[in-house]
Design a protein around this ligand. Sequence first.
Ligand SMILES: Nc1ncnc2c1ncn2[C@@H]1O[C@H](COP(=O)(O)OP(=O)(O)OP(=O)(O)O)[C@@H](O)[C@H]1O
Ligand SMILES: [Mg+2]
Length: 234
Amino acid sequence: MLRLEKINVSYGIIQVIYDLDLHVKEGECVALLGSNGAGKTTVLNAVSGTIPSQGSIYFQNQPCAANDPSVHYERGIVQVPEGGKIFPFMTVKENLLMGAACRDEAWEKRFETLEWIYKIFPKLHDRSNQQSRLLSGGERQIMVVGRGLMALPKLLMIDEPSLGLAPKILLEIYETMKVLREQGMTILLSEQNVSQALKLCSRGYVLENGRIVMEGSNEFLLNNEHIKQAFLGM
Ligand SMILES: Nc1ncnc2c1ncn2[C@@H]1O[C@H](COP(=O)(O)OP(=O)(O)OP(=O)(O)O)[C@@H](O)[C@H]1O
Ligand SMILES: [Mg+2]
C-alpha cells in the first residue's frame, strides 16, 4: 500500500533523514521505532506531504505527486499528529466531524462513520457534547485517533500515541488500536515505546539519527540484543 524509496529530508542545510526505505502492506500494522529526535515525525510528515522530501513515495502503486498534503490526504493518507492536538473549545462531536470535513467521500458518510467510531470508542459517545478541553490526556488521544478515522483513511499514521500518558491509559489506547487492527485498518505507528508498539504491530523499523538501522518481525526485534539494551532497559 505504501512504499518509500530512498527518502531524504533536510531542514535548511541540516539533513535529518537519510536514504530511508520502508513499506507497509494493505491491512498491516507496522511500527516506526526510535528515541527522541530520531526522525519519526519527520518521516510521517514526509508521507503526508506536510514537509518536502526527496526520493520516491508510492501509495497503492502510484507515485505520490510530491509535497502536496491535500493530494495525499484526498487519496486516503491520514496522519494523527503527536501530542493529541485538539480544538479545545469545540465539542468532542465537532472535533470528530472536523476529521471528515476535507474529504468529500468522508463528509458524505460522516454520520455513519460517527456511529462506527462511537461503537469502537464508547467513551467518546458518552462525552460527545462536552467541550474537548474537558477530556483527560488519554481521552484526548483516543479522540484524535477517532478524528483521523473520520476521514475514512486507507492508511492511518499515528504519531506517538503513548506520549506523556500513564501506563494504565496507555494500555487502554493500545487496546482500542487493536480493535482497528482487527478491523483490517492499515496502520503506520511511530513510537518510542518499543514493547507496546511491537505487541500491536507485526513488523517494525528502527530509526536512529535519521537512518533505518534495523528492521524485522516483532519477535525478531523484541529478542534483539541492541533493542533490548537501547529501548527495553534489559
Ligand atoms: N521544523 C524543524 N526545523 C529544524 N529541525 C527540525 C524541525 N523538526 C524537526 N527537526 C529536527 O529533526 C530531527 C528529527 O526530528 P523528529 O521530530 O522527526 O524526531 P522524532 O523521532 O519524531 O522525535 P520525538 O520522539 O521527540 O517526537 C531532530 O534533530 C529535530 O531537532
Ligand atoms: Mg515525533
